[in-house]
Design a protein around this ligand. Structure first.
Ligand code: NAG
Ligand code: NAG
Ligand code: NAG
Ligand code: NAG
Ligand code: NAG
Ligand code: NAG
Ligand code: NAG
Ligand code: NAG
Ligand code: NAG
Ligand code: NAG
Length: 651
């Protein structure tokens, strides 16, 4: 599980942090010095890089180079030894090329390779002091300095000559000191002289011009702190010279920082604390997620119910549907409704439409199950095919075959949002569409094992395939509207879409085969007239509907005036008025007077004559009278006299 893996790796990091210490080396190499390297050196005031060399004491650009001292160190201190646990000592091996050019005869005073606790140049360290110590620190352990001096002047009696190398420990009085004259080396010759200083932790060895000068047991830890600066110092006096370092390489072991135990401990504590806090946060988030995912499954048992149905289509994984729709990218959005959003997707190279039911949609568990289990068993060329479903992480998703031409409404009413003008559907196309919807409804009402009610037949639920064949979709997705207000029906929830609902819907508060027929009638009127059905939220508004308008025209014998002007009168007048009258018959206020879908189909195919429709719109009477009046049937009518049906959902 990802969570435990994260924790494991975090602890691994802590463990490593606790056991690993730096093992590496401290080294650098300057084959020559360039101005850019200045920043890598800690230099005293008059030390600088000139002519590709460090001039430890001033060069000739100054008026006088008398009585100067100078120091130049590498910027980073070198760890010489470590007090911790086992005492360890570093070793180093450094080689440099020095050049001393006397400006007086003899020149003076000298240059030194120096290891110092303090990088700052001591005051008054010119002359004989070589920038190593001054009169007051000379010989004092507080000087904390060890130097290999290259002395060019015998400035006091202890100096053996004016051309020697010596080891200076906190003092300018060297022990030992070796004359270079016997090695045929002249420090004051003005030529480049290579010198090497090696320290292996036990012996200090110095070579000049590749000749051994001295090698002696020496313990730097005795005299120096754990960290020192490495570099050069030099001085002039009345006798002057240029003290240059032309190149410098340094290889030092970088010893265990173990003595920083406290520091490490603090580091370890800090890291551990951070890990603990992070783990805490991770765990909290994980816990929250788990809670959100499993604790409050809003639709418990949904999956079992669907799987229990033998006709359920394929179940998809949320991951797969996310991938198919580009993580529900808005670019793939096909449409949006009260139920949620429909996205175009690509599953196994096949275009699909994925409906993502919004979490606050009124479509609940029952509708979802109804849609999945009912449509899964339906197969008709005029029905949108449901390919699969998904219920994961509180997401309800339905996968349909993709309809390239979208829904019918935008062809009849135009897409208001986009202001797009779809091509006008010809009379023939409209006829085919209406015929297709009629076939689909007939199949639902009469063709399947059980009668299925669609309950929400409307233009936006009719999809058009690539050949403009109608495909009825959106099963069980009826939007519910709450009837609020005056009437005693105020608490009844009615499914359907205003304008498409038969007048009795509000009274019986349930769908019937006849209410589907009514919706179909409204749809046909819309398709033929290119008009919206009008508002019909309340019974009184019913008068404003397209049905009322049509009946008015019908009573005046001018029913063809209603036909969509965009058709330019290019239609078969007889067929058109037949279909309009058929639609009016479907919208008869008395449900018993409406034709069945079977009859509708027969009229559409010319097998039966159009039904007779009264010229005056009959009043809506309640309770409705069955065609053959057999006395007041009261409330039993809905069971005994209306067509038997199976409700689609559990309502
Ligand atoms: C010194 O400076 C030069 C030029 O910027 C640079 O290439 C070189 O790497 C530097 N030397 C060191 C040891 O950093
Ligand atoms: C250099 O120091 C010596 C001795 O302290 C002194 O006599 C001499 O005047 C100084 N020279 C300069 C230029 O300051
Ligand atoms: C420390 O030194 C002792 C003896 O010199 C040795 O036995 C031990 O292994 C050393 N420990 C470490 C951590 O180097
Ligand atoms: C010191 O450095 C030089 C030059 O890199 C190398 O030849 C020599 O072997 C080194 N000596 C030691 C003891 O590391
Ligand atoms: C020697 O140098 C130290 C540190 O720079 C300084 O405090 C001290 O006064 C100097 N002594 C003399 C005699 O100049
Ligand atoms: C230098 O060599 C000479 C003889 O060649 C000898 O007398 C003198 O002591 C040597 N000096 C040193 C400092 O070793
Ligand atoms: C070293 O060289 C300088 C300059 O060439 C010269 O004046 C001096 O005498 C030489 N010293 C020795 C000891 O040879
Ligand atoms: C260190 O010095 C001692 C004593 O002079 C000598 O015996 C030993 O060989 C030297 N070791 C090295 C590595 O130079
Ligand atoms: C160097 O000196 C320290 C004490 O200052 C001592 O513990 C260490 O063993 C010495 N190292 C050698 C190689 O003698
Ligand atoms: C340095 O030179 C000046 C004269 O220029 C002289 O008075 C002084 O004594 C000299 N100092 C030393 C230490 O040689």
């Amino acid at each position: 599980m990802w969570f435990s893996q994260v924790v494991k790796s975090l602890f691994l990091v802590v463990l490593l942090g606790g056991t690993l210490t730096q093992v590496g080396c401290f080294s650098f190499n300057y084959p020559e010095f360039q101005n850019e390297n200045s920043s890598q050196l800690i230099r005293s005031k008059y030390s600088y890089i000139v002519m590709n060399a460090i001039q430890v004491t001033p060069d000739l650009s100054k008026d006088s180079i008398e009585n100067y001292s100078g120091r130049a160190f590498y910027w980073k201190p070198f760890r010489l030894w470590s007090r911790s646990k086992n005492l360890t000592t570093a070793n180093f091996n450094t080689t440099f090329v020095l050049n001393i050019s006397p400006r007086t005869t003899p020149g003076g005073e000298g240059l030194s390779f120096i290891l110092a606790a303090d990088a700052t140049l001591p005051q008054n360290s010119e002359g004989q002091w070589l920038g190593i110590v001054n009169a007051s620190t000379n010989g004092s352990p507080e000087a904390n300095v060890v130097a290999v001096e290259f002395d060019t002047r015998k400035s006091y009696p202890e100096d053996i000559d004016n051309n020697h190398v010596g080891l200076d420990v906190n003092t300018i009085y060297s022990e030992p000191q070796v004359s270079l004259t016997n090695l045929s080396v002249n420090l004051s010759s003005g030529s480049d002289i290579k010198a090497t200083v090696q320290y292996d932790g036990k012996n200090m060895t110095v070579y000049v011009a590749s000749k051994l000068v001295f090698s002696l047991p020496f313990n730097l830890s005795h005299y120096l702190p754990e960290e020192v600066f490495v570099g050069f110092s030099a001085s002039t006096s009345n006798n002057t010279e240029l003290n240059c370092i032309r190149s410098w390489e340094f290889y030092g072991s970088d010893i265990d920082d173990g003595d920083d135990d406290l520091e490490l401990l603090w580091l370890w504590i800090t890291v551990s604390a951070a890990v603990l806090v992070l783990s805490g946060i991770f765990f909290y988030l994980y816990w929250q997620r788990k809670q959100a995912l499993f604790a409050e499954d809003p639709y418990p048992g949904l999956e079992d119910q669907i799987k229990g149905s033998s006709t359920a289509p394929q179940k998809f994984l949320l991951k797969g549907l996310r991938k198919a729709t580009g993580n529900f990218n808005h670019k793939n959005k096909l449409g949006k409704g009260g139920f949620g959003t429909v996205y175009k997707g690509l599953l196994a190279n096949k275009e699909v439409a994925v409906k993502r039911i919004s979490k606050n949609s009124s479509q609940g568990k029952q509708e979802f199950i109804a849609e999945v289990t009912t449509i899964g068993s339906l197969h008709h060329k005029n029905l949108v095919r449901l390919i699969g479903w998904c219920y994961e992480r509180r997401e309800l998703l339905l996968v349909y075959e993709f309809m390239p031409n979208g829904s019918l409404d935008k062809f009849i009413f135009g897409d208001e949002k986009l202001g797009m003008e779809e091509p006008t559907l010809t009379w023939e196309k409209r006829h085919i569409i209406i015929h297709g919807v009629a076939e689909a409804l007939d199949y639902l009402h009469n063709g399947c094992e059980k009668t299925v009610l669609h309950r929400d037949v409307k233009a936006s639920n009719i999809m058009l395939d690539s050949e403009f064949n109608a495909r009825l979709g959106d099963f069980g997705l009826a939007r519910t509207i709450q009837q609020r207000g005056k009437t005693h029906h105020s608490t009844i929830e009615v499914a359907g879409t205003p304008g498409y609902m038969a007048p009795e819907t509000f009274l019986i508060s349930r769908a019937t085969v006849e209410t589907d027929v009514y919706s179909f009638g409204v749809l046909v009127l819309e398709v033929l007239c290119g008009r919206k059905p009008g508002n019909q939220i309340e019974l009184t508004d019913y008068n404003n509907s397209i049905v009322h308008w049509l009946w008015e025209l019908h009573s005046k014998g001018r029913i063809l005036d209603a036909v969509d002007s965009r058709l330019n009168k290019e239609f078969d007048e007889e067929g058109m008025s037949c279909m309009l009258v058929l639609a009016l018959a479907c919208c008869h206020p008395n449900p018993h007077q409406r034709p069945s879908m079977k009859t509708v189909l027969q009229v559409l195919t010319g097998e039966a004559p159009p039904p007779l429709v009264p010229t005056e719109r009959p009043a809506f009477v309640w309770p409705v009278m069955p065609p053959s009046f057999k006395g007041d049937s009261g409330y039993s009518f809905s069971k005994s006299q209306l067509s038997p049906f199976t409700e689609l959902s559990g309502r």
